[in-house]
Design a protein around this ligand. Structure first.
Ligand code: FAD
Ligand code: SIN
Length: 534
């Protein structure tokens, strides 16, 4: 049986929820999400949302800071449009019930790396949690939206699944194969339009700030279906994730540096002054690379972030989540410097879209971290991600309302059921976790903050072998979420490495010691990759 909707949204983070809310009540919408509804990177966002909210700031400043961080690859018309709409989106989020922190009546504006002015609107240090909760609460009033928790999207359905040739003008998306994690069966969802809002891919790396859901599923599904994917070499490593071996990932927000936190070595030496005039508040790529260098020079497992001068009362009020986490590990930030290391944090690349959120596949839109919209270029400015996600959810909703009739009958082809022929359980599931760990370690060691062509090639060769093995395993075994995620991280890892090999220069988040300079004559453009169906 095929479940039929006007629109399928894959993901219940800020992008998917905002889009569904903006679509109003005239379309039948299914939101598919692979765990519980709030299990999303959005829920963990700390610093906040960048937007021009004070008289001393200006759109021109925010645009300039974004373009400078993006190192020549931002699409300026996108940046201009998104930045100018920022204050409107903050108002809308507040209208949905997000309680942002205020001081003397006005928004309390935080500062983060690469920003020339204080402009980060936040809810203490749990901005994402407040946003996710407020949007989910608002959505409860929308009876036209069905929310499917514990449902994992497997693949986008195109001509390929209908046994047809992909037309020259490119594929069309007719729906999604979805695994019901609870009832352990594959369902067919048909729709006239699909929005990918499945977030990022931090789990491709051994060390990440991202939650377990971030396995790059949307990027991999988009690629497999034939969409253009762009700029996946630009992986942002957050300079300061908590160094606590054996613990779940935990971020120490850049806003801590915005409030005067200093980076020091174990013997108390400050080092960021040696790397950039903005010191601790330099753009993220520079701070992450500087820490990487210090760690390599000293052999130490971590550096430290010292905010002790702000005192307990301030730290507890401004960073309650960070304070609580540190205290639970016996670290008192009012006295002790916090141990930190860089970790994979954000993907500037993804499924390529135009300014309406349309991908290169008919019937497929993308918004949020899964997408490459042109906003971030080669390096995202801090706290521009939630802003971009809200903006593109809005642009995609506007486009949908103009181009998709309400509740029209589904006129697509009959969608074939999931094919399980040739499948048997040969009980070697242990290889799934081995392959998962191997890819993540390989990516961390060979495709990390500082790269070389030789290491990239070695990583590519090994990943290809693992990917072949996974493909075989996938073909012969029943579907399970862990093998779906493994297949996705393998696909994304290969695209990252291919993109990194193509960019024979260093720019923004991509640093290759064999090509240490930026080369505008050859590489002042996006890296675009598409699956070859031949
Ligand atoms: P997500 O919020 O990650 O949501 C993705 C959704 O898709 C989830 O519901 C997931 O379960 C679902 N999904 C994924 N794959 C599938 C599948 N196969 N089938 C079904 N469902 C699927 N950015 C800022 O601008 N400011 C910040 O302060 C900030 N702080 C951050 C702190 C942390 C710790 C992290 C990890 C990120 C932070 N970021 C921040 C980045 C920002 O939070 C994310 O880029 C943004 O939330 C992404 O939103 P999204 O809706 O695209 O994806
Ligand atoms: C942070 O709070 O440091 C994260 C901000 C971001 O990723 O934009």
């Amino acid at each position: 049986m095929t479940r039929e909707y006007d629109i399928i949204v894959i993901g219940s983070g800020i992008a998917g929820l905002m889009y569904a809310l903006k679509m109003g009540r005239n379309y039948r919408i299914a939101i598919i999400t692979k765990k519980s509804s709030n299990d999303a990177s959005t829920n963990y966002a700390q610093g906040g949302i960048a937007s021009v909210m004070s008289q001393t700031d200006s759109f021109a400043n925010h645009i300039r800071d974004t373009l400078e961080a993006g190192c020549g690859l931002c699409h300026e018309e996108v940046v201009r449009k998104v930045v100018r709409l920022g204050p409107r989106y903050i108002k809308e989020l507040a209208g949905f019930g997000v309680a942002f922190s205020r001081r003397s009546g006005a928004y309390d504006l935080g500062r983060e790396g690469g920003h020339s002015h204080n402009r980060v609107v936040h809810s203490a240090d749990h901005t994402g949690r407040n946003i996710e909760q407020a949007l989910l609460n608002s959505l409860k009033k929308h009876r036209n939206v069905d929310l499917f928790e514990e449902h994992t999207a497997i693949d986008l359905i195109t001509e390929y699944h209908l046994g047809q040739k992909i037309p020259r003008r490119g594929p069309t998306c007719f729906g999604v194969y979805v695994y019901d994690n609870v009832n352990r069966r594959v369902e067919v969802f048909g729709a006239r339009l699909v929005l990918l809002a499945s977030g990022g891919a931090g789990q491709v790396y051994q060390h990440t700030t991202n939650p377990a859901i971030a396995t790059g599923d949307g990027m991999a599904m988009g690629y497999r279906a034939g969409a253009f994917v762009a700029n996946l070499e630009f992986v942002q490593f957050h300079p300061t994730s908590l160094y606590a071996p054996g613990q779940d990932p935990f971020l120490i927000s850049e806003a801590v540096r915005g409030e005067g936190g200093k980076l020091i070595t174990a013997d108390g030496r400050r080092f960021m002054d040696n790397y950039h005039p903005m010191a601790e508040l330099a753009p993220r790529d520079i701070v992450a690379r500087a820490i990487d260098m210090v760690l390599k020079e000293t052999g130490a497992p971590c550096v430290y972030l010292d905010i002790s001068h702000r005192g307990k009362t301030f730290i507890k009020r401004r960073f309650p989540t960070i304070m609580k986490k540190c205290e639970s590990l016996g670290i008192n930030p009012a006295v002790d410097p916090i141990p930190v290391v860089p970790a994979a944090h954000y993907f500037c690349g993804g499924v390529r879209t135009d300014i309406n959120g349309c991908s290169s596949i008919a019937g497929l839109l993308a918004a949020g971290e899964v997408a490459c919209t042109g906003m971030h270029g080669a390096n995202r400015l801090a706290s521009n991600s939630l802003l971009e996600a809200v903006a593109f959810a809005d642009f995609a909703a506007n486009w949908t309302r103009k181009n998709l009739q309400t509740r029209a009958k589904y006129k697509g082809p009959a969608l074939p059921p999931w094919d399980e022929s040739g499948v048997f359980d040969h009980k070697e599931w242990v290889v799934v976790s081995h392959d998962f760990q191997e890819i993540r370690k390989l990516m961390w060691d060979y495709v990390g903050i500082v790269r070389s062509t030789d290491r990239l090639r070695k990583a590519y060769d090994r990943c290809l072998v693992i990917r072949k093995h996974i493909k075989e395993f996938y073909r012969k075994n029943p579907v399970r979420p862990e093998v779906l995620e493994l297949r996705n991280i393998a696909d994304v890892a290969l695209i990252i490495i291919r993109s990194a090999l193509l960019r024979q220069e260093s720019r923004g988040l991509h640093y290759n010691i064999d090509f240490p300079q930026r080369d505008d004559s050859r590489f002042s453009r996006d890296t675009i990759i598409q699956r070859d169906f031949n």
